[in-house]
Design a protein around this ligand. Structure first.
Ligand code: HAM
Length: 420
């Protein structure tokens, strides 16, 4: 029996993993510079957490959630997203005590039973930011700017930031009513799901992927026209701060996020050829979520992006994340006595952080030199009879051919020469 990887998942092979590590490191560095600390939550949670926060009528919960029952009959779900788990952790760990705002970031796998296609997987890797504890529009712009600088800092040019306001529960009521009035005459042309959505959650109609529904939805009223005074002021302030931060953006009143918890600011970054259906990243405010899951009423804002789509976009724009690192040095050890004698030095150099390769399966000088060449090592560390007698090693620059002898008494000098 040969086993296969589950559909919609992938292996990250060693030739690829350095790219992922580079993106993780860049994101961590940027988030830290803005004062964000990393948080990790479990990969599964009580299913109710997502039903309550993302919304039972959202596709993510209704169709895409991996639900399972454990040995005691409890219903859990593999996390489809990171915001509700972070909010749960905030409430459960009393993170409201102390600093007024909590700035958190995460990197980790999410799971959605989506139809696999380019940039769409069933297990995918998200990077995300959550700022909990303030509704200051400065923070909306700050959170958006982290996303913008992360993506543009990687060299991506083909990026577009689109922002919108989805209002608050107060103005949403008027908007929902307007949507119902708009959609009701189209009832018979809507898909069965949307026929239910009209009464249950009319905003979800705007997110339907069925072509006929999409066409009808394209003429629907937009939330921006129904914002109340406070939401309008808030949205204007977010724009002002984005301008001050010199973040280019466009207003797209048709942004509807796929999760139900959003209030006020909603945004997406689109780029690459995947198009708007496959945004590189998205987020927004969720001022009602913490209360909804049992915490105190606490404003919050965040975003998440998928690394897979980011890698695709980087590839499309021909942006390299560098190559798999080549060895700093390749040890060429000639003769058994030399091999035995050099073994502790091999380890000592590695423990100093020097990447030294050695191939114990090759014995001749020629074969070892060829291996060093194949691995594109910068230096060869040649250790044979002469070096053994002199307790030294020959360091050969494999590009210039220049070589120099170093005593093994002082490995720091040798390490320094290799580091350059
Ligand atoms: P989301 O828009 O559902 O938002 O997902 C955010 C990002 O995750 C997407 O823009 C996309 O890059 C990636 N993504 C989503 N589904 C898939 C998939 N099936 N395959 C590959 N990538 C995918 C959220 O998850 C919210 N938690 C964002 C947020 C944080 N809002 C506030 N804070």
């Amino acid at each position: 029996m040969r086993y296969k990887i589950p559909r919609g998942t992938y292996d990250i092979l060693p030739q690829q993993s350095y790219k992922w590590q580079k993106l993780f490191a860049d994101f961590r560095k940027l988030a830290a510079a803005y004062g964000y600390a990393e948080i990790s939550t479990p990969m599964f949670e009580q299913a109710g957490l997502f039903e309550r926060s993302s919304g039972e009528s959202s596709d993510v919960v209704k169709k895409e959630m991996y639900r399972f029952t454990d040995q005691k009959g409890r219903v859990f779900a593999l996390r489809p997203e990171g915001t509700a788990p972070v909010a749960r952790a905030y409430v459960e760990n009393r993170m409201d005590i102390g600093a007024a705002v909590k700035k958190l970031y995460y990197i980790g796998p999410m799971f959605r039973y989506d139809r696999p296609q380019a940039g769409r997987y069933r297990q995918f890797q998200q990077y995300g930011i959550e700022l909990i504890g303030s509704d200051n529009p400065f923070y909306d712009a700050e959170v958006i700017s982290i996303l913008w600088f992360f993506l543009s800092g990687l060299g991506l040019k083909n990026l577009r930031l689109e922002i919108n306001s989805v209002g608050c529960p107060n103005c949403s009521q008027a908007y929902d009513k307007a949507l119902q009035e708009y959609f009701r005459p189209h009832f018979s042309d809507l898909c069965p799901d949307c026929q239910v959505r009209i009464e249950q959650n009319p905003r979800r109609l705007l997110d339907c992927k069925v072509p006929s529904c999409k066409e009808i939805a394209s003429g629907a009223p937009v939330q921006l026209d129904y914002l109340d005074e406070d939401c309008r002021i808030q949205f204007a302030a977010v724009q002002k701060h984005l301008e001050l931060m010199e973040i280019p953006f466009t207003i797209n009143p048709r942004i509807v996020r796929g999760l139900d918890y959003y209030t006020h600011t909603a945004f997406e970054v689109v780029g690459g050829s995947l198009g708007a259906q496959n945004s590189l990243a998205g987020g927004g405010r969720y001022n009602g979520l913490l209360e909804q899951i049992g915490g105190k009423s606490t404003p919050a804002i965040g975003f998440a992006g998928g690394f897979e789509r980011l890698l695709l976009a980087l590839e499309e724009e021909g942006i390299s994340l560098g190559d798999v690192p080549a060895p700093d040095a390749f040890a060429i050890l000639i003769g058994e006595a030399a091999r035995d004698a050099f073994t502790p030095y091999l380890n000592a150099l590695r423990l100093k952080g020097i990447f030294v390769e050695f191939d114990p399966d090759k014995s001749s000088f020629k074969a070892q030199l060829k291996a060093a060449d194949n691995r594109q090592a910068r230096f060869a560390l040649i250790f044979g009879e002469d070096e053994l007698a002199a307790n030294s090693v020959t360091l050969r620059d494999l590009q210039s051919g220049e070589q120099k002898n170093y005593s093994l008494e002082n490995l720091d000098l040798l390490a320094e020469a290799i580091r350059g």
